[in-house]
Design a protein around this ligand. Sequence first.
Ligand SMILES: CC(C)(COP(=O)(O)OP(=O)(O)OC[C@H]1O[C@@H](n2cnc3c(N)ncnc32)[C@H](O)[C@@H]1OP(=O)(O)O)[C@@H](O)C(=O)NCCC(=O)NCCS
Length: 157
Amino acid sequence: MTVDLREVASGDYEYLIGRVDDWWGGRSMAPMLPRLFFDHFPATTRIACDADDGATLGFVCGFVSQADPRVAYIHFVGVDPAARGRDVGRTLYRWFAAQARARGCTSIACVTSPVNTGSRAFHAAMGFSAKTVENYDGRGEDRVVFHLDLTDPSLPR
Ligand SMILES: CC(C)(COP(=O)(O)OP(=O)(O)OC[C@H]1O[C@@H](n2cnc3c(N)ncnc32)[C@H](O)[C@@H]1OP(=O)(O)O)[C@@H](O)C(=O)NCCC(=O)NCCS
């Protein structure tokens, strides 16, 4: 399978918002993915497709921090369960890192729930450091906070 990346197009939001809960193993994720991430951050959001038939395989959405423009933030990354383990996530993250570097960012940040062991393993494989922060998103809402140093010369480009 060859993965193509393309800009967000009409209908992508509708397609993905109906699937994210399933893709996240039945957790209620859709309320955390409002349309604004697809409408207002085109430079740091991409859709992954199968190069052969155009089928949607996954997506990444993020932005450059307004508080610190050296930091790029990934809000969501998701890959269709049927396409996992074939470097779709890696392709999306490499693309995002290249966009972040091109915009002068020196690091990438993102967070995940401590229960999301798949996300933790993926981010570790992508070279992120991880720290669990208690009550990060409010009382009882601990999060694993990831950090990637884009200046690390050992990172693949
Ligand atoms: C996390 C996710 C995006 C990974 O996508 P993917 O396309 O399957 O990942 P890749 O095939 O590109 O894998 C890249 C690396 O991560 C590792 N990895 C990915 N998912 C893993 C898992 N569940 N367990 C262990 N390792 C995993 C792969 O083994 C690979 O490591 P390698 O360097 O040793 O080859 C995908 O599983 C997903 O959509 N999960 C649900 C949504 C989610 O939790 N998103 C993250 C939080 S926003």
